[in-house]
Design a protein around this ligand. Sequence first.
Ligand code: URA
Ligand code: CA
Length: 433
Amino acid sequence: MRMVDLIAKKRDGEVLSQEEIQFIVSGYTDHSIPDYQMSALLMAIFNQDMTDEEITHLTLAMANSGEVIDLSSINGIKVDKHSTGGVGDTTTIVLAPLVASVGVPVAKMSGRGLGHTGGTLDKLEAIPGFQIEIPNQQFIDLVNDTQVAVTGQSGDLAPADKRMYALRDVTATVDSIPLIASSVMSKKIASGADAIVLDVTLGDGAFMKNQADAERLAHTMVRIGNLAGRKTMAVISDMSQPLGEAIGNTLEVVEAINTLKGEGPEDLQEMVYVLGSQMVVLAEKADTLEEARKMLEDALHSGKALAKFKEMIRNQGGDDSVVDHPEKMPQAKYVTQVLAPKSGYVRDIHAESIGVAAMLLGAGRKTKEDVIDYSVGLVLNKKVGMSVEAGEPLVTVYSNREDVEDVNQMILDSIEIGEAIEEPMLVRGIITE
Ligand code: URA
Ligand code: CA
């Protein structure tokens, strides 16, 4: 088999066989296929698309390109949750202890942030002492003993995806449904969960910009998960504005704590209940979504979920007193506000540009080598649909540099004020097959 013939085949819109896809993924993983040929193939896939069968073969080949984690020594049905990416998305930090507190084992492998989206690991590291590098056996023991642990992704998990993703990033081939579906699902399948809840984000802060694309991506991933023997479902959620109010690491941990106290932003709390209920049902801890939601609401209001969060922080070497004293986390030197230039209603908050504005303050990484400043970020004082008077605060800026004119301008450019508009619907679809 020659790679050049397979590139030509895909370029001409033909279907690749399982054997051919396996040849490509193995060859790229062992470096016998060079980046330039893989780049050409990725562009051909981007332009010609793939059938469901091709996507499934690609996903399984990528999942098997490295370590496949065995979580069978953890009792119970392990349910993982994965978001296709968003801005200010604090759901994992709330969901992990909340769902664990009702008895669902949460063995969470998370990633770091790059560009305008933040990563759960970076956020948790804003908590003094919190260790995300824990040995495999300790990770498994923690989940068995306490129901919850969060760790970094093993370096050898789906290595084919790691290299393909880096290549896609610089060859304009990220926004492709077959490539996103196989990238996400290869990692989920390799990381050993029995069941998977997917959060497919939709809007200008997400990869999927319209409903039809989001539905196709969700259906594709659900089908692959089920074919691989993992019960999988997807929620399509709104990311036309950032989720919740905080964007930045310390700020999002504080927001997670508030949410676990029942005092969080409404949209974040609702998203947590929607995703959490699905996780509880897939883990067979409840028969219906209504019953699951009631369990989660009780755990949140009784303080059980917050106690579980403290326990999770302690177990991983962190200082759990931050829950009652958030000021112990890194704090920004300057707190200023961006004021509304006119009266009206907030019609749009461009999620991606808000994410970039937070990154410019130091809350995220432009390149993999950048060091994160945990203390900085943004808090939205207004969300889409709310009325605002000229001169009222729109966004609060937490910074360690005195001059934030560039950031302020970017924020003003990202927010549209005008005629009244309805709040966007949070849940845009539930896909179960
Ligand atoms: N997240 C991933 O892991 N892969 C993609 O391709 C897109 C989002
Ligand atoms: Ca928007």
